[in-house]
Design a protein around this ligand. Structure first.
Ligand SMILES: [Zn+2]
Length: 316
């Protein structure tokens, strides 16, 4: 009989089409998510990086192996958090006991909900406060733009807040959390791992470019300088400094970075003192720095001038 034969064939073809579409959807999903890498950067410390579909590095996550548990620094965007969780399971086979958000930006705290089933999620108290209400911030699509962020659901909030300093209870590795006020945001945590052998600085430093200051979230260049100075005073010459994005740098590179921030902010401040407007300073531009190239960084020169300018205004 013809009809059942065609129906069978139709169902068979439909099944094949569904399988192909499913495979394409998975491939497209993977393509959008980009790819991840996991490498050891110090004893018991790994760096997990995600690259997006344009091959730009997303936020860093740092994984610290201590005994039979993991501590995780930064939980990625929600879309990447599941992939991060799978990677941790596959590569370490241990559960996350602690997850720390270096600050509230979604690429550092957006994956919290994926870890609340077993981990204590820790952040500075200003992070919990800002995430729990609608708030302004700098949009990830452009550092100059204001963006209104919604309050995150309760299950994506840090489960523990601290102020000042806090030590993590990990017997094999010592981890100290230190809050640096008004730097990249008003809730930045820097983590000193094994007495500062590795330092996770979050987005306070952006190697290869100007700092990115969220002036809508209480960030300021003065706070960035103060944080870098304090970190420099606390670490040895062979310390590894891990930024929130990109590859680790050494202490000497951090000191060069600090000099660039100092020099460019001093130049902008002196033009402000001479009575130039923001637009005039932006169009005059900064003199080339022979020791530091900021070309190609995430923050453009006019944006950096604006961030310094806004940081210098009296806070209302
Ligand atoms: Zn950030």
């Amino acid at each position: 009989m013809k009809a059942p034969f065609f129906r069978r064939k139709f169902f068979k073809i439909s099944a094949i089409v569904i399988v192909i579409l499913g495979a394409l959807a998975v491939a497209a999903y993977d393509f959008i998510l980009g790819h991840s890498s996991n490498r050891q950067i110090a004893e018991n410390v790994h760096l997990v990086q995600f690259r997006n579909l344009f091959d730009q590095i997303g936020a860093n996550s740092i994984v610290i192996e201590a005994d039979d548990r993991l501590a995780l620094i930064d939980t990625q965007l929600p879309l990447q958090a599941r992939r991060l969780k799978n990677l941790l399971q596959a590569d370490f086979g241990k559960s996350v006991a602690y997850a720390v958000n270096t600050h509230w930006h979604p690429d550092h705290s957006g994956g919290n909900a994926s870890f609340t089933d077993g981990a204590v999620i820790i952040a500075h108290k200003n992070v919990s406060a800002v995430l729990s209400r609608p708030h302004l911030g700098i949009a990830l699509t452009g550092p100059g733009s204001r963006h209104e962020f919604k309050a995150v659901p309760a299950e994506a909030l840090p489960t523990e807040s601290y102020g000042g300093r806090r030590a993590l209870d990990q017997s094999a590795v010592n981890i100290e959390l230190v809050h640096y006020p008004n730097a990249h945001t008003d809730g930045d945590t820097v983590l000193f791992i094994n007495d500062g052998a590795v330092v996770a600085m979050g987005d306070i430093v952006w190697p290869g470019g100007f700092p990115f200051i969220d002036t809508h979230s209480g960030g300021s260049y003065q706070g960035v300088l103060a944080a870098i100075d304090d970190v420099i005073s606390r670490i040895g010459a062979d310390a590894l400094i891990v930024p929130g994005h990109g590859d680790p740098i050494n202490k000497q590179a951090l000191m060069q970075y600090r000099a660039m921030v100092e020099n460019t902010t001093a130049a902008i401040r002196s033009q402000m003192s001479a009575g130039l407007s923001l637009e005039e300073i932006q169009s005059a531009g900064l003199a080339d720095d022979k020791t530091f190239s900021w070309q190609g960084g995430f923050v453009t020169e006019p944006e950096w001038i604006r961030m310094v300018y806004e940081s210098s205004l009296p806070q209302s």
